[in-house]
Ligand binder design. Structure first.
Ligand SMILES: NC(=O)c1ccc[n+]([C@@H]2O[C@H](COP(=O)([O-])OP(=O)(O)OC[C@H]3O[C@@H](n4cnc5c(N)ncnc54)[C@H](OP(=O)(O)O)[C@@H]3O)[C@@H](O)[C@H]2O)c1
Length: 222
């Protein structure tokens, strides 16, 4: 069993980025150095880190530990068709990345990913990456903790399958005001997902450099 923690930066109006298809890296810049170190410390404490394929396309993230000393977690990217931009930093920087594809993935796309050093491709699911199967695969490999940094489609998928045990939210004191900017969760229904009521307990909160951070744990046993 792998423990999943989500870690997100949210504006006052519940947005994960300032605008549609704009990088969430802009939100990270609102942190003081101490808070950046704390956030990267959470990465260093985790065996693996995950973002969705769209976040790779929009943000081109590194997902490494930089503002503090510590080991890099294994990067895990679900991409059902395997069509990630081949110039993405995380496919080319020599740090290990595991890309999970579905059976429908394009053969050429998979071959292109597999040709990269430090990139491994695994197949989980038919049309879309099967998250419980992927979590089981990671657990089989001895990974015990996964930090998920979004975006909303991936978060909704994990909450909708009741796979998350801990939530970390960094509250950015700004309002995006853009109705097109991505929200924390997307409520688009998908077969197999049930994003209903769930209860969480606030375990910890603190303020660093004018930014609040709250940490929640699942309130009831599943
Ligand atoms: N503020 C923050 O903390 C934060 C953090 C991260 C991202 N963001 C922002 O979030 C936005 C991107 O969010 P997004 O909702 O568009 O995309 P996303 O959640 O990053 O990626 C979703 C994509 O992942 C792939 N995927 C494969 N299997 C999946 C599964 N079982 N469940 C869910 N996704 C699966 C799908 O793409 P394919 O069909 O191509 O496989 C899916 O469309 C960007 O603006 C980014 O800047 C903000």
């Amino acid at each position: 069993m792998i423990e999943i923690t989500t870690l997100s930066e949210l504006t006052i109006d519940g947005k994960l980025a300032l605008h549609r298809a704009s990088s969430s890296k802009e939100l990270f810049d609102y942190s003081c150095d101490e808070l950046k170190a704390w956030f990267h410390g959470q990465r260093a404490l985790s065996d693996a880190i995950m973002v969705g394929a769209n976040t790779v396309r929009v943000d081109d993230p590194l997902l490494t530990v930089r503002h503090v000393a510590g080991p890099n977690p294994l990067r895990v990217i679900p991409s059902s068709d395997g069509l990630l931009p081949l110039a993405s930093t995380l496919l080319n920087d020599g740090v290990p990345t595991l890309v999970a594809v579905a059976r429908k993935a394009h053969r050429d796309a998979v071959a292109a990913l597999e040709s990269k050093s430090f990139v491994e491709v695994v197949c989980c699911g038919d049309d879309i990456v099967d998250m419980p199967a992927l979590m089981a695969l990671l657990a089989q490999r001895g990974l015990r903790s996964l930090i998920v940094e979004g975006g909303s489609t991936l978060l909704s998928s994990l909450f909708g399958q009741d796979l998350v045990s801990r939530i970390i939210i960094k509250h950015i004191p700004i309002i995006s005001g853009d109705p097109e900017a991505p929200t924390y969760l997307t409520l688009t229904p998908r077969p197999g997902l049930h994003l209903g009521l769930s209860r969480w307990r606030m375990d910890e909160w603190f303020v660093k450099g004018g930014i609040g951070v709250s940490i929640y744990a699942r309130e009831t046993a599943r």
